[in-house]
Design a protein around this ligand. Sequence first.
Ligand code: GLU
Length: 486
Amino acid sequence: MSDNIAVRMAPSPSGFLHVGAARTAIFNYLFARHHGGKFIIRVEDTDEKRSSEEMIQAILEGLKWMNIDWDGEIHFQSKRFDVYREHALNLLNDDKAYYCYCTPDELNEKRQKAQKEKRTFLYDRKCRDLSDEDRAAMDAEGRRKVLRIKMPIEGEGSFDDVIAGTLKRDYRELDDWIIMRPDGRCTYNFCCVVDDHLMGISHVIRGNDHITNTFKQVVTYDALGWKRPVFAHIPLILGKDKSKISKRHGAVSVTEYRNQGIFPETLFNFLSLLGWNPGDDREIMTRDELIEAFRLERISPRNAVFDPVKLEWMNSEYIRRMDDNELLDKARWSLIEAGLTTRLSIESHWKWHLRVVQLLKERVKTLNDFPRMARYFYTDEFDYDEKGQKKHFFKEPDDSLDMLKRFRDELSRVGDDFRQDEIEAALRGLSEKMHIKPALLIHPTRLAVTGMTGGPGLFELMELLGKEKCLQRINRAIEYIQQKPD
Ligand code: GLU
């Protein structure tokens, strides 16, 4: 079976990899790898004026980042016009296509008329039955001409789709579309058929926004006498408001997710499950598990909803499952970029930085959370959380001052190795003496030493910060409370 399976991703150069295109690529990739078949990349740049190689770089970068590899060379349609032309002319010779001499002005007029009458504009087939003499006369005049395919005029076109079942369309809704422009360059639908055939594509897996194209393409396969591939049209990806996903919903390019600190494995896993499931309730799946489980038939015929909250949840699961050293290796760049530490510091104090990562591991959702949530480990320059200071410093400032001062004094008696169990004993001892709940001491202390109201266990983080720093920061908070004007 494997020799016969070949699929492709056929991006139009756009300068970035959209999550929708990435999911299509992933479904094709999983299908190919599941069957041991080929996954080909073909750039559909027949309409593109800008340099397609440049435009495709961002798409390839996104694929490489997600570790999606492809087979063989990348094909560029813009380099294959001769191939398409040859097949287009074959259709002409077989009387399955014809030259149309209608001028753009003439067609525009008809288009506008249709618009006014609120009809879809369809080419009226004026040139379909021109006589040989008429054609010769117009050629003699040097008239501009395009090649149009002869679509069936009546009846119903149909094809079987693995996901949507049998699809039908009345031929009266489709016109004799242009397969070759006046300059001899063929158009998208035609090039697509020729390439899919010549490249041995067995399954065309693409977005369902291409269904109308497929009705045109199946007629082309039939006209050329070629076997149709199997079609699987994937439903759309919607935002949470049920409209097609776009910039309004947040990031739509794969690179943006990379910049947000999402792992490539997470995005791959997440996109695989957008409109497909393994038939059980597994959600966190490795690439190999996804390849093993992938079945085209399990793609849902319903539109999928992109939930960024779930993506973050999934990423936090990846973080939790990751080896601590590997996590530090990945997180360190965001800490360095944020100016909190240096490469040298991380290399020479690996264990200390590892401890920071271990303390935050359960709390971060993306790599970008590290610099935000770890700031106080690296610098004294942080502000006190606004709501936190109102509640824990200034609600009863005299009480807060009293508590912080007494706790500071208790802490100064804790040994210099500043072990978390001893810090905890000091705090609990003091709370008993003061007849208050430990939480009443914990909150202002946390705010004093971290500037934040939440985070890892207070005693653990204080141990890591060390005695001197904790005392300094508590003193600083005491001054801050004392100096704050009423
Ligand atoms: N070039 C088309 C697109 O980017 C894909 C066409 C196809 O997969 O057949 O939407």
